[in-house]
Design a protein around this ligand. Sequence first.
Ligand code: HEC
Ligand code: HEC
Length: 429
Amino acid sequence: MVAALRYPVRSDLMRVGDLGAPTGWYSPGYLPLRTARDGDRSPDAEFAAKLKPLVGKAILDPDAGLTPPQRDDVGKALDAAFGTPAAPAVRVPSAEQAAALKLEEVFGEGLPEGKTAADALADARAEAEAAKDRLGLSDDALARGGVLYRRRCLSCHGPTGGGDGAHAVKAAAPPRDYRQGLFKFVTCAPAGTRKGVVGKARKEDIRRAVRKGIDGSMMPPFAHLSDAEVDDVAAYVIHLSVRGEAEFDTLTRVIQLATNPRDDDPGYSPEFAAQLVAQKLLLTLGNWARADAAVIPVPPENCPTELDRLRSAARGYKAFAGTCAGCHQDYGRAPQLKYDMWGTVVQPRNLLLGVYRGGRRGEDLYARLYAGIYPSTMPDSKAKAANPPAGQPDELWDLVHFLQALADPRERKLLQQLDPSIKLESGGG
Ligand code: HEC
Ligand code: HEC
């Protein structure tokens, strides 16, 4: 496959607000947001009717919202920061460029306390350079990763990581669109709840997805790649993701200048577009580094015997009924459908099947529950990880043991023998 000379600026619809709850499943290969654009020509008349009025509000249209010169400016600013498919890069703005940036946007929540603007900017640049090192985003690694990506991943994940490759059409769960900077099956829980901080992956999570694939989805394992190759392609995914997030934010801000400007917006200029890209690049690299460092601590399981595990599972059963059953109704046999952050429909998993996209080991499930699945609205349960009595599993391990028992017919029976009040049959009866 020949690499395009430049990355195209995105033109597909962008979900920026709340879409409500979906009315049902969409036709395979026809994502709800696409339905909103195609209207009468879409096979999902119900989705189209519901989503069309949201275009311009919770859904933005980069085609209609930007003038051709604006689109060109944004493209040039992105090329300057991220290079081309043949020469991909992540370029931290120079000290000179950085001096023109808006600090509160670089830091997301205002100037760090007790710092002058110049010091804070120097820190942000140093942090971004350190993040590049930590994540291995050198020009060489990205160039090698780009070649692998075009060979192995582009057919599903698309040229800019939009999840829109040619093979994506019939996928039930669409290939991950990296451009929102959000991932689902992660093992980190960075502090704070700010958009852009939660939902980031560690580089190791991307490596894991590549090596092991994603069970229950179209994504295959790439077990034959060497560690160095996996590392390079993971770096390239991060490159596409940082670029995509800068693009998403810049397009959103530029489109909203016309409809919904902020008080202090300077009005449109090509320099403003370049400034938005540079700000977002600095902020986003910092967020990646913070996520990469915030590994979820997994305490010992503390269940040496089968009886210990079953008792723990029985406690997990009670916790499940309290916090999980609302979405995983009937243990996921009758789930409440949700929109995820891309505007696609997801199903709270049927937990009797024992198919886990983020890995099936106990510690994988522990991390999944600890962090939740942010892009799909599954809440985090980190509060349940607190202070078990010495030598006992914590409440999160109880939940993991319950999930493991739920997915195994023999263990389901043992659990019900241990406590006959436990109901696992369909309909809860
Ligand atoms: C046959 C299609 C296909 C191919 C080829 C493919 N993927 Fe995927 N990928 C998917 C699908 C589908 C998902 C989403 C699964 C889900 O969310 O249930 C996904 C998800 C991902 C995720 C997101 C994991 C998360 O935690 O959110 C990453 C990262 C990823 N793929 C990287 C890659 C890389 C790198 C390659 C090439 C080495 C690749 N994929 C090749 C289909 C594919
Ligand atoms: C707000 C709704 C909601 C709540 C509450 C919720 N979940 Fe989920 N859960 C989901 C959705 C949606 C998915 C599928 C995510 C996806 O694939 O995008 C999911 C997926 C899962 C998975 C599959 C993970 C994987 O690796 O494939 C497990 C396990 C799970 N949930 C367990 C739980 C447990 C245990 C609780 C309670 C502590 C819980 N969930 C609470 C919505 C919810």
